[in-house]
Design a protein around this ligand. Structure first.
Ligand code: KIV
Ligand code: ZN
Length: 516
């Protein structure tokens, strides 16, 4: 047995679960809902919405997503124990289609050193978990964690048993990105050949990108191993070097249909907007040369290439930018646009604000922005809504205003006004640069003592009129958070980003990492 009989490749998106495990990428319930709705628009088959047992926040986000999403299956991760599985089942209860994804480590290293369990105990626990999960849904996925470093005989034994208990998907995890395409594909193929009931389950690949081979390994798992589900994230977001990038899998399989001969249900025209949304919400910028969704992915800088593309596009273009949703920045709204036009554009962008009060607040911000910037693009609207959401989620600190002075040869100074639990505070600071001065000013009041791990500025659109989007990643007492802020003035955006990160640190939401 080699290839699977079906030509349908299931796309399982885990941006909201494995993607969220990236340091600082944690999302609020509202942010998760926005991404889940966009994933549904993208037509992913399965949305792994989180890990219900990890925190009350994750539980509620999964429950809300389960109630809203109609076209995709909604899934929750759970360790292989009754408590986690019951929590997942409870969160998924409102879903039209639900999946419980349970896992346990199967490599000797993980069983001995992490779980401190014998292979027989792991075997029993895996069987029991799948049996229990089947009480809540007939769509149960089982993952042998660190599968690619596990003993083949043990894998055959445990996977045969969980399929017999009713697991309908087996997800062969390359947890630490150790796989090499040919070897990983062959392991999967051997498992499917050796396990007598392997045809009762759909086989899935789940690869991490530590050696930069997550996409290659996933595709080898599909072509050599016969997998018919790929687990992936938008922009390849994920712990350490990330997960398999959804956009790369989809466009590889579509563009090289001659080779893969597989069908995917994804609406590829939604890829770029999904990528931008995830990047904006998590504060993880997309590198310009990133395949498919990087700003340069379709830019032909060299004269020779431009000439070729003008004569015949396919000389240098293997995909069309429009097919993945790239469109030249379109001016969508301006100073004279009214509330209805604004509301309609929000709807077209799939942004559903919950109440008229929220629409009004966003419209007021839009008007303020339109007063300062003549052309408003979709990206501006998305940033504005994100900014609005950040400002009322966990709003312990709120930016009010600032003034800043810098000149050649002098030490920059800043005065920042922000509110602390609704009470205005004013502070001053000096620094080596304007942003340093702002951060020092804010720290003089908040004394957070957090360490700044990352500071990045991105232009949201093109031109010097563009809003700057700033990400600040802070670390304190083992927690890492990202704050994002956008404004025409990048110094203001920096202050907003810093305060947004402090708000996240202040919220103290503790989430359990499923794999620790
Ligand atoms: O990488 C991994 O092993 C996982 C599992 C929970 C599937 O994310
Ligand atoms: Zn993973």
């Amino acid at each position: 047995m080699a290839a699977s009989s079906s030509n349908k490749l299931i796309i399982f998106d885990t941006t909201l679960r494995d993607g969220e495990q990236s340091p600082g990428a944690s999302m609020t319930k509202d942010e998760k809902i926005r991404i889940a709705k966009q994933l549904e628009r993208l037509k992913v088959d399965v949305i792994e919405a989180g890990f219900a047992a990890s925190s009350q926040g994750d539980f509620e986000a999964i429950k809300a997503i389960a109630g809203l999403i109609k076209d995709s299956t909604v899934c929750s991760l759970s360790r292989a124990n009754d408590r986690d599985i019951s929590r997942a089942a409870e969160a998924l209860a409102p879903a039209a289609r639900k999946r419980i994804h349970t896992f346990i480590a199967t490599s000797s290293l993980h069983m001995e050193k992490k779980l401190r369990m014998t292979p027989d105990q792991v075997f029993e626990q895996a069987k029991q978990a799948v049996r229990f999960a089947r009480k809540f849904t007939d769509d149960v996925e089982f993952s042998p964690e660190d599968g690619s470093r596990s003993d083949m005989d043990f894998l055959c034994r445990i996977l045969e048993a969980v399929i017999a208990e009713g697991a309908t998907t087996i997800n062969f995890a390359d947890t630490v990105g150790y796989g090499v395409p040919e070897l990983y594909g062959n392991m999967l193929r051997t498992l499917r050949e050796r396990i007598p009931n392997s045809d009762k389950a759909i086989w899935s690949v789940h690869c991490h990108n530590d050696l930069g081979m997550a996409v290659a390994n996933s595709l080898a798992g599909v072509m050599i191993g016969g997998a018919r589900q790929v687990e992936c994230t938008i922009n390849g977001l994920g712990e350490r070097a990330g997960n398999t990038a959804l956009e790369e899998i989809v466009m590889a399989v579509r563009t090289r249909k001659d080779h893969f001969n597989l069908d995917i249900g994804i609406d590829s025209s939604q890829i770029v907007s999904t990528s931008k949304l995830v990047s904006q919400i998590t504060g993880f910028a997309v590198q310009p040369n990133k395949a498919v969704v990087g700003a340069n992915a379709f830019a032909h800088a060299s004269g020779i290439h431009q000439d070729g593309v003008l004569k015949a596009r396919d000389t240098y273009e293997i995909m069309r930018a429009e097919d993945v949703g790239w469109s030249a920045n379109k001016i969508v709204l301006g100073k004279l646009s009214g509330r209805n036009a604004f509301k309609q554009r929000l709807e077209e962008l799939g942004i559903a604000l919950e109440s008229e009060t929220e629409v009004n607040a966003a419209f007021t911000r839009f008007k303020e922005l339109a007063d300062r910037k003549s052309d408003i693009f979709d990206e501006d609207i998305m940033a504005l809504v994100s900014d609005e959401e950040h400002s009322h989620e966990n709003e312990y600190y709120r930016f009010v205003s600032l003034s800043q002075h810098s000149e050649t040869g002098g030490k920059p100074t800043a005065k920042v006004v922000f509110s602390i639990e609704g009470k205005e505070a004013e502070c001053e600071g000096q620094g080596n640069g304007p942003v340093d001065a702002i951060v020092n000013a804010i720290e003089s009041k908040t004394a957070s003592g957090a360490e700044l791990l990352l500071f990045s500025v991105n232009a949201i659109t093109t031109g010097t009129q563009s809003q700057g989007e700033v990400t600040m990643r802070l670390s304190k007492a083992g927690r890492i958070v990202n704050g994002v802020g956008a404004d025409l003035d990048i110094v203001v955006a920096s202050a907003k980003a810093y305060l947004s990160a402090l708000n996240k640190l202040h919220s103290k939401t503790v989430k359990l990492n499923p794999q620790l």
